[in-house]
Design a protein around this ligand. Structure first.
Ligand code: MLT
Ligand code: MN
Ligand code: ZN
Length: 302
C-alpha cells in the first residue's frame, strides 16, 4: 500500500543549532544547558511512499548523523545497502548539497535537481567523488513531475531566491524566480505536501499554489529581518540572504495566512531565531497563528 510519510532529519538552517562558534542569545542557552532548547541538525527531510525506498529532500552536511539517528535509513541486507534511493535538491546551498560528499561509497541512487543546481555541483570537482556512473544526475524541469522509486511523485516550481553564497559576485539579484531555488510538491497515495525551505518572499503565484494545501513545510530562517545584525553577528538581513522572515507585514506569518492551508510547519530555522526557545513569546506567537516549529525526528503523515 502506498502511504506518504515524512521524517524531519534536520530542522535547522545552515550551521545547525547551536552553531559551532555562536554565542548569540539563542545559542548561549544551549551552551548553558538550558532545557528550553534542543540541538538541531541542518535542513533535510526524508520521504517515502512504500516505507522501503526513501528520498532525501536536500542532503545536509549532517546526513551521516541523521542516518545514525534513524534506523529506517540504515543498511538492511547484503554488504552494501541503503534505503536511500534518491536525493532531491532545492538549490545549491552548502547546507543542502554538502552531504552528498558523505554518500559516496559505491552505492547507487539518483540525484534530482534543476539545471542550475546540477550545474553548481558539476562546476565543483569535489563532487566528482560521487561517481556519475553509480549516481546518475537527473535534471528536473520546472513543472514536469518526476516519479521516484517507491511511488513518490515530485514536481519542482520556482520560488524567489538567489544564487548560492559561493556563486555570489558583484551585485546579487535577490528574489528572482528561476530554477536556482525551487520548492517541491511531493505526492504519494493520494496525499500531497509542499516543501519550501528557502524563499525570499511570497508572490501571488506562490500563494495561489499553496492555497488549500493539506501541509506546507516552509522557510523559517529568521523571526525578524534584522535579527542577525541586532545580535551583533554580521551585516546581513534575512532579505539579503534570500530568506523571508516570519514577522512583519511582508513576513511569512502574514503571507501564508488566509490561504486555507491545513497544516503549516516552519523548517530551516536559523540559530538566532527565538522560536527555537520553548515558551518564548515568539514561539507562542507563531503557534497562536497556527504554525508548528519542526524538530529533528519529527514524523509526519500528511
Ligand atoms: C542559506 O540558506 O542562506 C544558506 O544556507 C547560507 C549558507 O550557505 O551558509
Ligand atoms: Mn540554508
Ligand atoms: Zn547562534
Amino acid at each position: 500500500m502506498t502511504r506518504l510519510r515524512l521524517l524531519v532529519l534536520g530542522a535547522a538552517a545552515g550551521g545547525g543549532y547551536p552553531q559551532w562558534n555562536c554565542r548569540c542569545d539563542v545559542c548561549s542557552l544551549y551552551w548553558a544547558g538550558d532545557p528550553r532548547v534542543r540541538p538541531l541538525t541542518q535542513s533535510s527531510v526524508a520521504v517515502t511512499g512504500d516505507g522501503e525506498h526513501w528520498a532525501l529532500l536536500n542532503c545536509s552536511p549532517d546526513v551521516r548523523a541523521q542516518i545514525l539517528a534513524r534506523t529506517t535509513l540504515q543498511p538492511r541486507r547484503g554488504r552494501r545497502d541503503s534505503p536511500i534511493s534518491a536525493v532531491v535538491l532545492t538549490n545549491g546551498d552548502i547546507d543542502h548539497v554538502a552531504g552528498l560528499l558523505s554518500l559516496r561509497e559505491s552505492q547507487p541512487y539518483s540525484i534530482y535537481a534543476t539545471g542550475a543546481t546540477l550545474g553548481a555541483i558539476a562546476s565543483n570537482p569535489v563532487f566528482g567523488v560521487v561517481s556519475e556512473a553509480m549516481v546518475p544526475r537527473r535534471r528536473m524541469e520546472i513543472g514536469r513531475p518526476e516519479t521516484l522509486p517507491g511511488g513518490i511523485e515530485i514536481e519542482a516550481f520556482p520560488v524567489p531566491g538567489k544564487v548560492p553564497l559561493y556563486q555570489e559576485s558583484g551585485e546579487v539579484e535577490i528574489g528572482r524566480e528561476t530554477d536556482q531555488t525551487v520548492g517541491l510538491r511531493v505526492s504519494a497515495g493520494g496525499r500531497t505536501f509542499f516543501y519550501v525551505p528557502g524563499c525570499a518572499h511570497v508572490p501571488p503565484s506562490l500563494g495561489g499554489r499553496l492555497k488549500g494545501a493539506p501541509l506546507v513545510l516552509f522557510d523559517g530562517t529568521l523571526y525578524r529581518d534584522e535579527e542577525m545584525i541586532e545580535q551583533g553577528l554580521g551585516s546581513k538581513t534575512g532579505r539579503r540572504m534570500g530568506h523571508i522572515s516570519m514577522s512583519g507585514a511582508e513576513g511569512s506569518l502574514a503571507a501564508l495566512e488566509g490561504l486555507g492551508i491545513e497544516r503549516k510547519i516552519f523548517i530551516h530555522i536559523n540559530n538566532t531565531n527565538p522560536v527555537l526557545i520553548e515558551g518564548s513569546p515568539e514561539r507562542a506567537n507563531v503557534e497562536a497563528r497556527g504554525w508548528e516549529v519542526a524538530y529533528d525526528g519529527m514524523e509526519i503523515e500528511p
